[in-house]
Design a protein around this ligand. Structure first.
Ligand code: MG
Length: 244
């Protein structure tokens, strides 16, 4: 039985016609026993703005800032256990100094910076990413580097991402990965889409950067775009659980 639906926001449940969002809200309301979790690269204020910009259903939990923040319920209670995990090995000021010295690293938009996440914007090529990894390793920073949408460069504490936040959430709720459907569209969704055991959905409008995930056995590639694709994928996995 599927107990939880975890969705990225931008490009996954957002985008397309406004009526798709209303259909999605009705779908979540019909499946009222389902936990609905949003997992996003956005900061908490930014995802709250996003969710209030349309007729989106209220999530039971929000994983934000690419997994570095976790909040629960309508009142958005911070998960202090998760946040203390994340606080280790993070020297924001030094990271900013190092990255600002690299001429190809773009600007930081204040709206996209989180307590444990730095985001730089601009087009990068693979040799740039290699150089970023090198300078961070030379300075003993244990961080992850994620480049997505061919524009956003996220720097986050090592091993802290959407999938580790999701694993922590599942453990705390006693839900198995096999009981979860995860939907996304871009590189910062890769970790949660490939979390062992989960039932993954790539929406039809996914970026080429995650097309290779389609070859994996537990990834369903939807024909539908945005939230239509999420519902299609969820129903596919629900049917396959019913017959297994
Ligand atoms: Mg997205």
């Amino acid at each position: 039985m599927i107990k939880m639906l975890v969705c990225d926001f931008d490009g996954t449940i957002s985008g397309g016609k406004a009526s798709l969002v209303t259909d999605f809200k009705q779908f979540i309301e019909r499946n009222h026993a389902l936990s609905f979790v949003v997992a996003t690269g956005r900061t908490l204020p930014s995802i709250c703005d996003g969710l209030s910009s349309g007729d989106y259903p209220a999530p039971t939990s929000i994983i934000s800032d690419v997994g570095t923040q976790l909040h629960h319920g309508k009142v958005l209670s911070p998960d202090l256990g998760w946040h203390s995990n994340v606080q280790q090995q993070w020297d924001r000021e030094h990271l900013e100094q190092l990255l600002e010295c690299l001429p190809f690293v773009g600007d930081q938009n204040g709206l996209h910076q989180g307590e444990f996440k730095l985001t730089f914007e601009g087009k990068l090529v693979p040799s740039h990413i290699d150089a970023i990894h090198e300078v961070l390793a030379d300075n003993n920073h244990k961080v992850d580097v994620t480049y997505s949408h061919d524009w956003f460069l996220d720097i986050t504490p090592a091993g802290i991402h959407k999938a580790t936040a999701l694993s922590y959430l599942l453990d705390s709720l006693g839900i198995k990965p096999q009981e979860v459907v995860v939907a996304g569209d871009s590189a910062n969704d890769s970790t949660m889409l490939t979390l062992p055991g989960v039932n993954a959905v790539l929406v039809g409008n996914h970026y080429p950067e995650v097309s290779h995930l389609a070859e994996r056995p537990k990834v369903y590639v939807a024909k539908g775009h945005h939230s239509n694709g999420v519902i299609e994928g969820f129903e596919f996995w629900q049917r396959s659980h019913a017959v297994s």
